[in-house]
Design a protein around this ligand. Structure first.
Ligand SMILES: C[S@@+](CC[C@H](N)C(=O)[O-])C[C@H]1O[C@@H](n2cnc3c(N)ncnc32)[C@H](O)[C@@H]1O
Length: 306
């Protein structure tokens, strides 16, 4: 038998074996289903991709002072600068020497900025690979490897400032506020930058509903003393991501699939309709700037005890 035929037979046997291995199929589906039920940052492929593309240790949307900039005029360098500018918005709200805890500290980019400014800073993240990354580059910064809801705040100490940079959306509102209350010194500030849902009918439900968040903090004895709507300033990032996805990533995936099927007719016979259908139906709603502006608001806030 020719080498090519042998290889095709091997591939076919592999597929048939996997199709009839019911136990493996069920356990794969169950494990995926369970992981979908909770936010599992270890599997956050979008964030990992974001970081490997940019490599600047930030995992947030960035801030474009020129909110009218066109997606076509954005470069990777401009995007990186926007992320640094976003960090500056937070860093400028903290005085040198103040003690800080950053909840949901990602890859440590913001921690490093506070550290450079002369603040004692500690971080919290449930993601072990982020903890290891930070330990490698900034070994002197202490990181708690916890879900914020489960952090033993009584043994962590108290801080002048609690920071949440695009991380409170993952945290239970009530439990999160209770934890912040334990961590803040009497005159402490809670600085938060994140997006919230303003249209409850939205299909993309990421983010807390703003009215629910606001009433929970009021009930817990906190008040928003500064509230800046930066939605327009983060939208260029979404427009840029949309441009890259529709003009580069999807056409490239289509090309790669077609090229692969040309070389592997057996796979084409089995999977081409499914793959073509998937590619034709990819929805980019989560990175659609108009949908985001309709359904969400991105806020930079300072919150204090009443
Ligand atoms: C979008 S990233 C933001 C990272 C960083 N603050 C920044 O601005 O670059 C969200 C972060 O929140 C963390 N996170 C998710 N769920 C969390 C939870 N329940 N408690 C604490 N952190 C959480 C993720 O691991 C990640 O580090």
């Amino acid at each position: 038998m020719a080498r090519r035929e042998k290889r095709l037979m091997g591939e076919a046997r592999g597929i048939v074996w996997r199709l009839i291995n019911i136990k493996a199929i069920i356990s794969l589906f169950l494990s995926r289903k369970n992981k979908r039920n909770i936010h599992n940052p270890e599997n956050d492929l979008e964030l990992a991709l974001y970081n490997s593309l940019l490599g600047n240790n930030y995992l947030h949307y960035g801030y474009f002072a020129d909110s009218q900039i066109k997606a076509e005029d954005i470069s990777l360098n401009l995007l990186k600068k926007s992320m640094d500018d976003y960090a500056s918005l937070l860093v400028s709200r903290v005085k040198e020497g103040e003690e800080i805890i950053e909840v949901g500290c990602g890859m440590g980019g913001l921690l490093a900025r506070f550290d450079k400014q002369g603040n004692r800073v500690v971080g919290v993240t449930p993601n072990l690979s982020q903890v290891r990354h930070i330990a490698k580059y900034w070994p002197h910064i202490q990181i708690y490897n916890n879900m914020f809801e489960e952090l033993d705040c009584d043994n962590v100490g108290q801080f002048d400032v609690v920071i949440n940079s695009e991380s409170f959306q993952y945290i239970d509102i009530k439990r999160g506020i209770e934890q912040v209350d334990k961590l803040l010194k009497q005159n402490g500030r809670w600085i938060m930058s994140d997006y919230f849902v303003i249209n409850k009918e939205t299909h993309n439900r990421s983010g807390h509903i703003f009215t629910e968040f606001e009433s929970a903090i009021n009930k817990a004895g906190f008040v928003i003393v500064e509230k800046i709507d930066i939605t327009d300033n983060i939208l260029p990032t979404l427009k840029y991501a949309h441009l890259l996805a529709s003009n580069l990533a999807i056409p490239l995936a289509d090309f790669t699939a077609k090229k692969f099927f040309l070389r592997h007719p057996f796979f084409e016979y089995l999977f081409a309709p499914v793959v073509e259908n998937k590619l034709a139906n990819i929805r980019l709603d989560t990175i659609d700037a108009d949908i985001f502006k309709r359904d969400k608001i991105y806020l930079l806030m300072t919150i204090r005890r009443k």
